[in-house]
Write a protein that binds this ligand. Structure first.
Ligand code: FMN
Length: 150
């Protein structure tokens, strides 16, 4: 039977506090749990942290996406979640990643994250969703290329 593929894209405000190392430790915890759960539930996606905000793409079978998102929504490590896209998609954007991560330390990323937040503030959700996908796709491809070259 064909299970329809669902995708949710949201942005949220990070409540991770402390210095760079403390944030990195908490992020590693989030990613470890996410990768374990997502792998066993057929979920893939990507997460970005930059400019004090998270942006996440989560994709997979509808029920699994909904269940995971319920947990994520209740997580006290972020707030003010805004869903910019939800619904059926034809294909996964991040088929090879149980949860890819892009830190936005790279130069030029902060303005693009700010642009996404401006689009959300202007209720241009479809544009924001496109921006998040483009941003994450570029960052993750760049990190994968870097990893292959080193
Ligand atoms: C920004 C953010 C993204 C998250 N993404 C995921 C995810 O993709 N999958 C997941 O299972 N949990 C994710 N979590 C963690 C969940 O909120 C929750 O802590 C976790 O699913 C609980 O799993 P457990 O019951 O196995 O401990 C995320 C949390 C945050 C703050």
């Amino acid at each position: 039977m064909l299970t329809s593929l669902h995708r949710i894209i949201y942005v949220s405000r990070s409540l991770l506090r402390g210095d760079e190392d403390q944030v990195a430790v908490e992020l590693r915890r989030i990613l470890a749990v996410s990768r374990r759960n997502n792998a066993s539930e057929g979920l893939t996606g990507a997460l970005l942290l930059g400019h004090g905000s998270f942006a996440q793409v989560l994709e997979g079978p509808m029920g699994a996406v909904e269940h995971a998102f319920e947990r994520i929504q209740d997580d006290p490590r972020h707030a003010d979640l805004v869903v910019v896209e939800v619904g059926a998609v034809a294909a996964r954007a991040f088929p090879d990643w149980s949860m890819a991560f892009a830190g936005a330390a790279a130069a030029g990323v902060a303005p693009r994250v700010r642009a996404v937040l401006d689009q959300v503030a202007a209720s241009s959700h479809a544009t924001a969703a496109e921006s998040v996908l483009g941003l994450l796709d570029g960052l993750i491809r760049r990190e994968a290329e870097w990893a292959m070259a080193h």
